[in-house]
Design a protein. Sequence first.
Length: 408
Amino acid sequence: MKFRQRIPFTKAGIVFSGGATKAAAFHIGVCLALRDKGFSFVGGKAENPAPINSLAFPRPKYHPHQISTYVGSSAGALIVTLLASGVSIESIINSIARDTDFHIPGNHAEIPRLTYRDMLTINWPKPSSLLKSVQKSGILAKTIESLVLRNLRLPGLFSTRGLAEFLRKMLPTEQFHELKPDLFVVGTQLDHSRKIIFGRYGTEKTFDEYFQYASNANISDSVAASMSLPPIFVPYLVKHHGGKERYYIDGEIRETLSTHVAKDQDCDLILCSYTHQPYHFKEEIGSLNQYGISSIVIQALYQAIEQKVYGAKKSHENKIATLETVQTFFKEKKYPEQDMQELTHRLEERLDFKKKLHYLFIHPESKDREMFFGEHFTLNPSTLQNVVTIGYKRAMAELRRVELIPVT
């Protein structure tokens, strides 16, 4: 394309959202496309790890095409953790495509295959907890509401404990600060309104009401916590270093894409992958009203998430428009260039805006029906293969729209 947008960049980071195995497969397809466009993934344990709560000094100098900043929530957290730990994208694909035509030949390290037992560990209630529930609620309910709430005291159907065990089998380390790249896993505190970003450093001594960085948890526990989507999964109890214990739920409850984390790491190209694409009416499919409550709930959820992502995009575009308006005004009035630059700089600081920062959003199209109607928790190789292909095609389509120029 002759008129593609030119985007120079010095450091790329990826931000992957959730959506169970369907989203994980989509992210894998995105990674394949990035690799085919010249990107590689930094991973593994550092030879000389930096101390906890600090960054490596001197900072490693990677080529712009080497991705070394990973941010993930829920299923996205699982994929970025595997990449950050040094697992190749080929090994991830082969683990789900064993004994199929989608299997990638070559000398690729074999990793354990995720099973339904790993993913959907049944949360059997303890007799003591059932007894406490009856004692608190009483046997007879006074209203329909109290009857329903009494029978919903079970915190979730399944647990992500199996996923934590799955990761422990292959991680080179359980400590974020011992990895080569910067890995960040997003979770949400159950008993607070705060988002927690698990990583190599923390801000435990700050009192931000909305988010904190935390370095006092193991990687496997952080990912299991990030994937605990209520009411399907029970909240995950993280035993923090130092003795604290807190319950966490899905990392996307408060925010779908935590792009600010990659921005905090000085990334000027942020590659965002998410799968929450609402259904758009098709005559041959008809209204979702005839497909039952599950499709209606998914549509409502996807619409809410889409609005969040749209709001974030619009906010960034509005900041660009604001600064361009100021610059145009100064030029039209022939005001001093120095004053314009000073005001622009102040506005950028006030708006928390980085002029050279670019986002690339990769998501399904409304015509990708498998992404809406497909099973979220399937491990069927052929189904996952189709979703990987969709992710690859969508990523390649977005990457063709721009000309990425690495600046070394």
